[in-house]
Write a protein that binds this ligand. Structure first.
Ligand code: I6G
Length: 236
């Protein structure tokens, strides 16, 4: 097929990944483990806001269990993918990222934006992981312990044709540079990323800890049926 990921692959495998310093550090998230923890997080947020901002809404996302990656697009064209690494510096995995089926090499309506930096997770859906391990068993090769390890192993391949043969997917969770001025909320930013061609996972806006808990419980109930693994939920 002309649009096959294999056609995105350059001719020579790399000998090593180049280290790249992130423009903005890739921080990790703070954790809460129960309803009280979540309620006090929301109270702390509210306490720090000005009167005009008080009673803000919260946006919730699935915490996809993959590898955090930062993508750069220049004038709408995909130019670079870097792993989180230690948060300050990561590895340039651009050639492997180009083979990810749902990662657009061009973004719609972003030709005027000098630099767009999008962060998200590269993951392997459960179905692809099971297929990959079945093939490995048939060929007497080593299997992967879980989808996250399989995604990590695939991204770490110096030969992009190996990554191209793996069922990887990218889901955006934040827009770090190039945010259009009219966009004022996290949910609007993700909706816009969806409009310009990126995949984003489910988003729910909630008003208070009770609504957040209800959404959390509804997701946990259907966790086994989700097409990918999650290791929690995110509240912003
Ligand atoms: O919004 C998010 C969804 C999932 C995230 C996130 C995430 O990890 C799987 N991780 C970070 C560091 C941030 N937002 C900022």
């Amino acid at each position: 097929q002309p649009d096959s990921p294999i056609n995105q692959v350059g001719d020579v495998p790399l000998s090593a990944f180049t280290q790249v310093t992130h423009d903005v550090p890739m921080l990790s998230l703070g954790n809460v483990f129960d309803y009280d923890g979540m309620r006090s997080f929301m109270r702390r947020v509210n306490d720090r806001l000005s009167d005009a901002q008080r009673n803000t809404e919260y946006e919730m996302e699935l915490k996809l269990d993959g590898l955090a990656v930062s993508l750069k697009y220049e004038y709408g064209e995909f130019v670079q993918a870097v792993t989180r690494g230690n948060g300050q510096t990561g590895e340039d995995i651009t050639q492997n990222a180009k083979t990810i089926r749902n990662l657009p090499l061009w973004l719609n309506e972003a030709k005027d934006i000098e630099l767009l930096e999008v962060r998200g997770e590269v993951l392997m859906p459960k179905s692809g992981f099971e297929r990959l391990n079945r093939l490995a068993v048939e060929k007497n090769e080593k299997t992967f312990a879980n989808p996250r390890n399989a995604a990590a192993g695939s991204l770490r391949q110096l030969d992009p044709s190996v990554a191209a043969s793996r069922p990887l997917a990218f889901y955006a969770y934040s827009l770090n540079q190039g945010l259009p001025e009219r966009i004022e909320t996290q949910s609007a930013a993700l909706a816009w990323l969806g409009d310009i061609g990126l995949s984003v996972s489910a988003v729910r806006v909630v008003q208070n800890p009770r609504e957040a808990q209800e959404y959390y419980e509804s997701v946990i109930e259907k966790r086994e049926k989700l097409p990918f693994e999650i290791d929690g939920m995110v509240i912003k």
